[in-house]
Design a protein around this ligand. Structure first.
Ligand code: GTP
Ligand code: MG
Length: 215
């Protein structure tokens, strides 16, 4: 029943629901391409150094329901043109082991000539007010369709295991208790983020010491 109501909402928003579904295919392909590139970078480094900087890669495509919600929230038209204003329909999260891996992986990815950087937000050197840390890239990837080449945006979030741990828990706490998280809790969460950032720095130094020893 709920599914039916949601589908009706989508059908009202996008006159041609089938067209909306068809529009999702290039985002899926773009996600596969970026994921394959990241896996290849990791593989190359692993073969060279027996060290794999990427701990985990996750990907997701925004559901049609979330797309409609976001278009409404941002005041964009619920049309194909409105969808083109969203950069995060395709999203990839890259969780790295150490903090220096983040810049290295992003530099190697941007060496690929078919990848075009659209936006870079460095929430590691400049954390968000909440304490959130990650490096965000929006890149465009060419996708070959039967009607020609289209350029598809993908949002890539790169972070350490510690940053991912914090972001997941903070999201969990806010998501479930949006109206009851008070100012003091936000302050405590920010402190946790700062402690985790210190741990990331320490872990990087330990890795470096060990690496120098074994060289
Ligand atoms: P949106 O339109 O909301 O996507 O804003 P934006 O394009 O400026 O995106 P932004 O750079 O703020 O990053 C958005 C994404 O980063 C979110 O969907 C989350 O995954 C993540 N993010 C940003 N801020 C926070 C935060 O304070 N806590 C957590 N847990 N995640 C965050
Ligand atoms: Mg976003």
């Amino acid at each position: 029943m709920i599914v039916k109501v949601k589908k009706m909402k989508l059908e009202q928003a996008f006159k041609d629901y089938k067209q909306l579904r068809q529009m999702m295919y290039p985002y899926r392909t773009a996600t596969h391409i970026i994921k394959a590139k990241l896996e290849s970078i990791d593989d190359e480094l692993k073969c060279e150094n027996t060290y794999s900087p990427i701990h985990m890669i996750q990907s997701r495509i925004k559901s049609p329901e979330s797309i409609i919600d976001k278009l409404e929230r941002k005041g964009y038209p619920k049309t194909n043109n409105g969808m083109k204003c969203l950069n995060d329909i395709a999203g990839i999260r890259v969780v790295c082991h150490y903090i220096n891996d983040i810049q290295y992986i992003s530099q190697l990815l941007l060496l690929h000539e078919d990848i075009r950087l659209i936006k870079k937000s460095n929430y590691i050197d400049y954390p968000k007010e909440s304490g959130y840390r990650s490096l965000h890239l929006v890149v465009k990837v060419p996708i070959y369709t039967k009607d020609g080449i289209i350029s598809v945006p993908v949002e890539i979030q790169l972070r350490t295991i510690a940053m991912d741990c914090w972001a997941s828990l903070e999201h969990e706490l806010y998501y479930k208790n949006h109206y009851t998280v008070c100012e003091d809790m936000s302050r405590q969460l920010k402190e946790c983020a700062e402690q985790m950032a210190k741990t990331d720095d320490k872990m990087q130094k330990i890795y470096q010491q060990l690496h120098n020893k074994t060289q």
